[in-house]
Design a protein around this ligand. Structure first.
Ligand SMILES: Cc1cc2nc3c(=O)[nH]c(=O)nc-3n(C[C@H](O)[C@H](O)[C@H](O)COP(=O)(O)O)c2cc1C
Length: 170
């Protein structure tokens, strides 16, 4: 038997997505936002995009500085990921509040998160207005990874659930 779902229920049933901290702004304006809307948009050139709502403080910072970092936390950073996804940079310095360290980027001015084992530095190429989120697509101009980094130690989120990646199938 197949159930008919509303479009919203349909997308809520998608598998969990990698969930990251997007770094925006610089110096005193540096901010972090938790984002599950993140994907690869091109392999050559290398481009990633993140879907950000115009309601977020990060939205204005992305437009202003046209650079961002994609910071991939590990499971030990779950509370920090949740915190950066519930407080706004309008009234909270999330680096200070969640004890995260600004890691200087090599090719852009927006910092990454030192505690994250994988950091991508991106220059904004395109903003795509879809519906209640706009996709900010950037070229990855530099990437840094801790030697111990393991992809299955990352955090996935969707439909209200946080998970870690499961068994390798093939
Ligand atoms: C697990 C999780 C995933 C989220 N994913 C997104 C996302 O992809 N895009 C978005 O605009 N907001 C997303 N949010 C909400 C923002 O992280 C949240 O509104 C945040 O407080 C905005 O911060 P800012 O105002 O400093 O930009 C997510 C929140 C959580 C907890």
């Amino acid at each position: 038997m197949k159930e008919t779902l509303s479009p919203k229920e349909g997308i809520k049933s998608l598998p969990h997505f990698p969930t990251v901290l997007i770094g925006t702004g610089k110096e005193d304006e540096s901010n972090l936002i938790t984002a599950a809307m993140i994907h690869v948009f091109s392999i050559d050139p290398v481009m990633v995009g993140t879907g950000i709502s115009p309601k977020r403080h990060s939205f204005g910072l992305l437009k202003k500085y046209e650079e961002f970092t994609v910071n991939v936390p590990d499971t030990s950073m779950l509370e920090q990921l949740k915190g950066c996804g519930s407080k706004s940079g309008r009234d909270t310095d999330k680096f200070e509040r969640f004890e995260l360290t600004k890691g200087p980027s090599k090719k852009i001015s927006v910092p990454g998160v030192k505690e994250c084992p994988l950091v991508l530095e991106c220059k904004l190429e395109k903003e795509i207005e879809t519906g209640d989120h706009h996709w900010f697509v950037g070229e990855v101009v530099n990437a840094t990874r801790d030697e111990e980094f393991q992809r299955d130690g990352s955090i996935l989120y969707w439909g209200g659930e946080f998970r870690k990646p499961g068994d390798l199938l093939d």
